[in-house]
Design a protein around this ligand. Structure first.
Ligand code: GRF
Length: 196
């Protein structure tokens, strides 16, 4: 399965997928492209470290969303992409791309969807909102991407406790450990044909 990973930041989820491929756990997967919306993303360095072609397609380079989408799709096609993984990707996909890769786009979100998801809930903001909501638990969700934001069918979800004294950082780190496990697990389910 040829996978293209869309990133914007540190790329710890990308790294986890790379590690699970190199360990043999994801023996049917190969990352063929990393596409970043941020040219300074450390995720691009991680791709380079593992000889994976990384490209930056940013708003600064292509301000027009349609042109940016066309450039992303050209890259995805050139790589022969079978599956798109959004891993810390902070940009909205155009309907045209979602149509072309219907049910072949997977996202990891750092909350128990449908809680604390959608527009406005990303990165640290998710964890701050969970703490403000006095939740006893949070977690991470792997889901298919459709036209909505964080609204596609859920594939895997796992929770963690919210602990007294938690800050958005301590909670984020606890959730990130779950992300790094359930994202590769969901990819394995897809590669093994366990998801219809
Ligand atoms: C993670 O919390 C992920 O769930 C969210 O972006 C954060 C950073 O991800 N979508 P990464 O370290 O860049 O993979």
């Amino acid at each position: 399965m040829k996978i293209s990973v869309l990133v914007s930041g540190g790329g710890t989820n990308l790294q986890s997928v790379i590690d699970h491929i190199e360990s043999g756990y994801l023996d049917k997967a190969k990352i063929v492209r990393v596409i970043s919306s941020n040219c300074d993303a450390f995720a691009l360095k991680r791709a380079e470290n593992h000889n994976i072609k990384g490209v930056c397609i940013s708003k600064e380079m292509l301000p027009d969303p349609k042109e940016r989408c066309a450039a992303i799709m050209k890259e995805l096609e050139a790589a022969g992409t079978d599956l798109i993984i959004l891993a810390g990707y902070m940009s909205i996909l155009e309907p045209e791309l979602i149509d072309r890769y219907r049910d072949k786009i997977v996202n990891i979100h750092p909350s128990l969807i449908p809680k604390y998801c959608g527009k406005g809930f990303y990165g640290r903001k998710v964890h701050a909102a969970v703490l403000a909501g006095n939740e006893l638990a949070s977690g991470a969700t792997v889901h298919f991407v459709d036209e909505g934001v964080d609204t596609g069918k859920i594939i895997l979800q796992e929770q963690v406790p919210v602990k007294p004294g938690d800050t958005p950082e301590t909670l984020a780190n606890r959730v990130l450990q779950i992300e790094h496990r359930i994202l590769p697990e969901a990819i394995k389910m897809l590669c093994d044909g366990k998801l219809k």
